[in-house]
Design a protein around this ligand. Sequence first.
Ligand SMILES: Cc1ncc(COP(=O)(O)O)c(C=O)c1O
Length: 361
Amino acid sequence: MRFKKVLHEMNPYTPGKSVEEVKKEYNLKEIIKLASNENPYGAPSAAKEVLVNGLTGLEIYPDGYAGDLRAKIAEKLEVQENELLFGSGSDEIIVIIARALLGEGTNTICATPTFPQYKHHALIQGAEVKEIPLVDGAHDLDGFLEAIDDNTSVIWLCSPNNPTGNIIENDQLISFLDCVPDHILVVLDEAYYEYVVSEKYIDTTKLFQTYKNVIILRTFSKAYGLAALRVGYGIGDESVITPLNTTRSPFNVTSLSLAVAEEALEDQAFIDQCRTLNREQVERFYAYAKENDLHAYPTEANFVLLEVPGSATDATEGLLKQGYIVRSGDALGTPGYIRVTIGTEAQNDGFFKAFDTLLKR
Ligand SMILES: Cc1ncc(COP(=O)(O)O)c(C=O)c1O
């Protein structure tokens, strides 16, 4: 078989250990997964009801236009319906962008470390990937500008950045966009947007009206608590959205997912509450880090990159044995740190207790 050469040098996505695997391996009754930045408070309850009651019409294809959800999001964000693109998670929109814009002879620019799927799909398309190291956990936008050349097609910005949680502040973003040639697509991945509390973060949903080469990515997987259902969307100018829509497969988001997301969108009180609770718990992580003289990156998301005593792999293993699944920085490009999803108050109590044992070693 003549697979693309690059695939021989790459690996499939390897998810962290599942709750069931860890239970079995360590003979534990309860496992707390703080590894994938999911919402520990679940999803809006009305949205869950839609799923339970929606099990009819399974033989019918979904609405490939996502008409109802599209109309609701357009109204909420005050954009036109043709300025939206739907994907099976924002993951799929990343694939669509890579397919539509990247190939041999092109290059793309992203931070490192950042969400790895930008690089992954760019490489599969045969593009060169220019990775610009973060500075203190934040995007080095001057470094991005220096890396632009005639073959640059896509720039990926992740704000808040996974895995550091840093944001790109308003003025930085605007001055950056002012300098990027308008034939280069700038993807602003805001998977954790709903958690941001910083006043230095603007509502980016209208940016594309000034900068037609910008697309914003959002998702129902994080604050909306619907990771299992796979719904993400892009917001951009029609001139960007239309060719991306052509690249999309026709029925990429399931009917059930669309219906649940539509209901979830109505529950702004749930989102506001999750943001507040998340922030309260983030502050506890900072306090814990300070008490123990450990560095924690300033996060605007629902996870924190926390320094550990010793190696990240050992710390991850030590926590796993006590029933806490986190992501080792050794796998994320941040050795000496672990990425911990901010849990509920009770989950975090348990996490701090488990972490205490690492400090005593
Ligand atoms: C920065 C970022 N972008 C995109 C995604 C993909 O999210 P989904 O495909 O579930 O919408 C994630 C998931 O972890 C992420 O962290």
